[in-house]
Design a protein around this ligand. Sequence first.
Ligand code: DX5
Ligand code: ZN
Length: 224
Amino acid sequence: SRALKIAPSILSADFANFGSEIEAVEAQGADWVHVDVMDGHFVPNLTFGPQLCKAIRKHITTVMDVHLMISPVDAYIDAYADAGADVLTAHVEAGPHIHRTLQAIRGAGCKAGLALNPGTPVEAAAPLLDMVDLICVMSVNPGFGGQKFIHSQVETVRRLRAMIGDRPVHIEVDGGVTPETAPLMQAAGADVLVAGSAVFKGGSVADPAPYGHNIRAIRTACDV
Ligand code: DX5
Ligand code: ZN
């Protein structure tokens, strides 16, 4: 079966200490590092520009998983690819030409991710299944960490896994992932679990052991 990957979202890290936070969370067992890019337009929050991504890339030894919550997106693909993104994920809702966007992401040398908001029908992904390496199912409305898990997205993951069939496509879930919700998503077919508040809570650069405890709690709940 697919190896489970935990991808801490540095949206919940100390913003004055990204380099140290990334090194700490990787040392504590993170498989990927998830970077939430927000533009104050597609979502009501502002975060990481390409220069900041490039700076933090030097501290990531695993996979840099960049989640673009921006619209328009195409004009920024090359900048985030140059910043060192391994996976670049764009939202199906962010513009009229998601097919072109996914082509451009692969053309820039990145793995292509497609994100679906909770209000988007799973069928939106159907024409794009051969163009993506990852589908990100949002289990909160994007914009902020620490929101409540939307349970109806378990069924979205289950239906998406059936649609994907034997294609080599990761299903990532993003939002409200905890030791309670993670096993539901994994059983439905998710193999990449993004977790922000559930990983970073209780820890710090000075005391990173809770990060490891929190990551292990999610893994143990999924029984892998
Ligand atoms: C929300 C972001 C998520 C967020 C998850 O827009 O895409 O990655 O950081 O945070 P938690 O795990 O706290 O819900
Ligand atoms: Zn995200």
